[in-house]
Design a protein around this ligand. Structure first.
Ligand code: C2O
Ligand code: CU
Length: 506
């Protein structure tokens, strides 16, 4: 008798669960032993609504230099989306371009069906189509949004914008967002193909246009693969990346820009005496690692990378920003009025971001402190090796992960599948002569070792730099169900197959 009561009870429970979950997104179903979903821990914020339209625009980089761009809401970068941790974002997206596109919320731990990856998580939004993105932003930090379709063209032409998630209690500082980019243009502002030769890339007498050779010097960090804020010499030795076809190598521009402006088009950032500000850097370049140095040696305190706070702020006068990475940097205006700048570190002239300290005096705000994120401590149960190399034997001139090249136009089999809650050590083995900026969607990974050495200042990152010939181990808690891509954020590498899918169960 008792047995039947139990069966009836079980049936009722199943029915209850079925009713309860009917109409909910599949990722909100709960399996018994799995950890909470990333956004469940965030607490209740507000609903914030936005409208984004992707369309064509004409961008004036500086007086006398205009180019055809793709833009969100008519501007490059797109409008700043600013919320607080735990807020729910509802973004009505419309595609007014004549090509399909999607929006990806880079670094935000969103549900898979909001992640915007064609062939994996979303059908591309056709020309004239629309899509409603809705998700909670669980973590505070500096993020960005960008197209995930034909990225070497669409992001290159301007489809990116800042997404800032403030801590609930705010940062207490005035904030300045600096989105770095580079454009490859002829003297009249027409976009040049990635394969443009040195002779086809004009260098004019403005400080913002540079030769391919000096770009190579600046981007030595890419080739030699600086690990984000790891300092050291750049552009010396190592293997030469120009041995590769430009399409496989990466698109390096001749016009360097910040917030959609270049050279004389860049307005100085004004500061008051005594002011302490937060600079939020985003590198939106296709392939270029930007290296910036303060003109007067003034210290910059890096307090967060990829949105996650550093245990110990890193004080330096020089920033090395690989593609897709974000650095939060505290800088002080000092006591004296005057001017200083952030300059491209190697040549000193290809990008200059001027700062002006006025004579107005303000009280210095306290140095911000933010708690370390909980996921900084996880310990892995198993290892997945991801070997990055050139050339699929079936398809030459492609990048590969474990011998396979990704293709956006077909369904791509998952490289590995895990139950939700799996703690995995990702071992990136770079057998190629270039650095890669490996980006994992829906999660952040904590770099533990680099070239066999234990890394100091470990914290979650969504872009893991793996230098030429190097092996890097990074631990991740796979707590977000769905299919997630892991790919190189050099946009030419990404479009030439350097991408794989990890599957996380419900
Ligand atoms: Cu910032 Cu898959 O991208
Ligand atoms: Cu790469």
């Amino acid at each position: 008798m008792k047995k039947y009561v139990l069966i009836a009870l079980a049936a009722a429970l199943v029915l209850f669960a079925a009713v309860r979950f009917a109409g909910r997104a599949p990722s909100e179903e709960r399996s018994a032993s799995a950890p909470p979903l990333p956004w469940e821990a965030a607490g209740e914020g507000e609903l914030k609504e936005f409208a984004l339209v992707a369309g064509r625009a004409r961008l004036e980089l500086r007086p006398g230099l205009e180019t055809d761009a793709y833009a969100y809401n008519g501007s490059v970068p797109g409008p700043e989306i600013r919320v607080r941790a735990g807020d729910r974002l509802r973004i009505a997206f419309t595609n007014a371009l004549d090509v399909p596109t999607t929006v990806h919320w880079h670094g935000i731990r969103v549900p898979a069906e909001m992640d915007g990856v064609p062939g994996v998580s979303q059908e591309p939004v056709p020309p004239g189509g629309s899509f409603l993105y809705e998700f909670v932003a669980p973590d505070d930090g500096t993020f960005f949004y960008h197209s995930h379709v034909a990225v070497d063209e669409q992001v290159d032409m301007g489809l990116y914008g800042p997404l800032i998630v403030e801590p609930r209690e705010g940062t207490g500082l005035r904030e300045i967002v600096l989105a770095l980019d580079d454009w490859l243009l002829d003297a009249r502002g027409n976009r040049l193909p990635t394969s443009a030769t040195e002779e086809e890339r004009p260098v004019d007498n403005e400080l913002d246009t540079v030769s391919a050779a000096s770009v190579r010097a600046v981007s030595g960090g890419h080739m030699m693969g600086h690990g984000g804020m790891m300092m050291g010499s750049m552009g010396h030795g190592g293997m030469m990346m120009h041995d590769l076809a430009p399409e496989l190598n990466g698109r390096f521009g001749n016009v360097l820009a910040v917030n959609g402006r270049a050279g004389s088009g860049i307005a100085p950032v004004s500061l008051a005496r005594g002011e302490r500000v937060l600079l939020r850097f985003i590198n939106a370049s296709n392939a270029m690692t930007h290296a910036l140095k303060t003109s007067d040696g003034r210290p910059l305190a890096i307090i967060a990378v990829d949105g996650a706070p550093l245990r110990d702020p890193l004080v330096t006068d020089r920033l090395v920003l690989p593609p897709a990475k974000r650095f939060d940097v505290v800088v002080e205006a000092g006591d004296a009025a005057g001017a200083w700048s952030l300059d491209s570190a190697e040549s000193g002239r290809v990008l200059r971001i001027p700062f002006e300290v006025s004579s107005e005096i303000v009280e210095t705000a306290p140095f911000p402190s933010r708690p370390e994120r909980a996921d900084a401590k996880l310990s892995p149960e198993r290892t997945l090796e991801l070997a990055v190399a050139l050339d699929d034997p079936m398809r030459p001139a492609r990048w590969t992960v474990n011998g396979r090249s990704f293709d956006m136009d077909r369904m791509n089999e998952a490289l590995a599948s895990y139950p939700r809650g799996a703690r995995v050590r990702l071992r990136f083995v770079n057998a190629s002569p270039m650095a890669h900026q490996m980006h994992l969607h829906g999660h952040s990974a904590v770099v533990r070792t680099r070239g066999g050495q234990v890394v100091s200042n470990q914290r979650p990152e969504d872009v893991v730099v793996v230098r030429a010939g190097e092996t890097v181990e990074a631990d991740v808690l796979l707590d977000n169900p769905g299919d997630w891509v892991v790919h190189c954020h050099n946009l030419e590498h990404e479009e030439h197959g350097l991408m794989a899918v990890l599957r996380v169960g419900r």
